[in-house]
Design a protein around this ligand. Sequence first.
Ligand SMILES: [Zn+2]
Length: 126
Amino acid sequence: MYAAEVSSQLRSLNWLAQEIRRVPAGSREGALLQSQIDALRARLPVALLAHHDRLTQGGRASAAEVRGDRCGGCGARLPADRVASLGQAGNFSVCPRCGVFLWAAKTGARPRRQGTLPPAARSRHD
Ligand SMILES: [Zn+2]
C-alpha cells in the first residue's frame, strides 16, 4: 500500500471516529459510520492500527498535519530531515514528541481527476 493511501485512510479514520462520537449510539448513522470504520481498518496494517488505537484512546486524533516545521498536534519542532521526507509525495512520519502520524499538505493541491481533458489538450489541430 502506498504511503499516500495509508495517510489518507488514517485521516478518514480519524474523521469517522470524530463523527461517530457525535451520533447517538445504536443509530443508523452510527452503524453506517462503524461499517466505514471497519472497512478502513481492514485495509490498514495491524501495527499501524495498534499505534492509532493507543493514540485515540484518550479521544485524540492520531494524525496531524505538519505546519511549517512543527507538529500540528503538539507543536514540537521536527527534525529537518523528517520535514523534508514528508514533503515527498504522500510520505508520512511520526512525531517524536507526541507520536501522532504526521502528514504534509501538498503545496498546490493536486487537481481532482476529471473525465474531461483541459481545454489546452483538446485544441490540437490535425
Ligand atoms: Zn507532536
